[in-house]
Design a protein. Structure first.
Length: 124
């Protein structure tokens, strides 16, 4: 599994973070976890994951701010980013996609939906 794609998961809710990691690891991916936006940005720059799954509402740096920083950095500009949030209104989704997200999943979502999006990005 050491050559499996690395997925960065960032969420300030430890239960959601643990569930994301469990499901993604169960699907054969390696997972690194971040508990806030600053940690997520640092890990993305250091480890260069295949995909980042970012909660929109996080302490220290919001997910959209992490996304904007990733897009502004030439070394992480092409990182696939999936935003996840309980904010599920169409305007929230459009805002996240306009900020540069590759996908937006509204909580609660099925783990199979996330895994499907991840696999779709890795296959493209």
């Amino acid at each position: 599994m050491s050559d499996a794609p690395l997925i960065l998961c960032a969420d300030d809710d430890p239960d959601i973070l643990a569930l994301l990691a469990l499901r993604l690891e169960g699907a054969g991916f390696r997972v690194v976890q971040a508990v806030d936006g600053e940690q997520a940005l640092a890990l993305a720059r250091e480890l260069r994951p295949s995909i980042a799954v970012l909660d929109v509402m996080m302490p220290r740096l919001m997910g959209v701010d992490v996304l904007k920083a990733l897009r502004a950095d030439p070394s992480t500009r092409d990182l696939r980013v999936i935003l996840v949030s309980a904010r599920a209104q169409q305007s929230d989704i459009e805002s996240g996609l306009a900020a540069g997200a590759d996908a937006y999943l509204a909580k609660p979502f099925q783990a199979s939906d996330l895994i499907g999006v991840v696999r779709g990005f890795l296959d493209s």
